[in-house]
Design a protein around this ligand. Sequence first.
Ligand SMILES: [Zn+2]
Length: 158
Amino acid sequence: MRIGQGYDAHRFGGEGPLVVGGEKIDYEMGMVAHSDGDVLVHALCDALLGAAGLGDIGHHFPDSDAAYENIDSRVLLRQVVGNLAQRDMRVGNVDITLVAQAPKMAPHIQKMRENLSADLGVEVPRVNVKATTTEGMGFAGRKEGIACYAAALLETVG
Ligand SMILES: [Zn+2]
């Protein structure tokens, strides 16, 4: 088994939609980002790549490459999972913590788990997503953006 962790943060800005965990969330702003700004999926990709010893998302999908402009981050996630499969690794489980003062994440968490379950090729109970506020402290607390932490366990197959 191999373990990895990932972290990402994005700033609110522009118009929506706000995309988190593959879910479009109704909010007054979107994210400032080269891709769709899905902070959860980016943190998760980094956790998976980290567990596999394959560097990070910026290395595999550089900002400077126009191919990734406004891309659906779930496409990148599926590419990462495919890359793991080629190396005889599959996802054991993942655990994700969103840090957001706003918008409310709770109503969207089950759908996020289902989205990620499909992309990772594992059952929903192996995909945990939780959310916390920071009680008003820091950039998330000031509603400037959202941060996300992810942990992933990979299993070697064959
Ligand atoms: Zn990101």
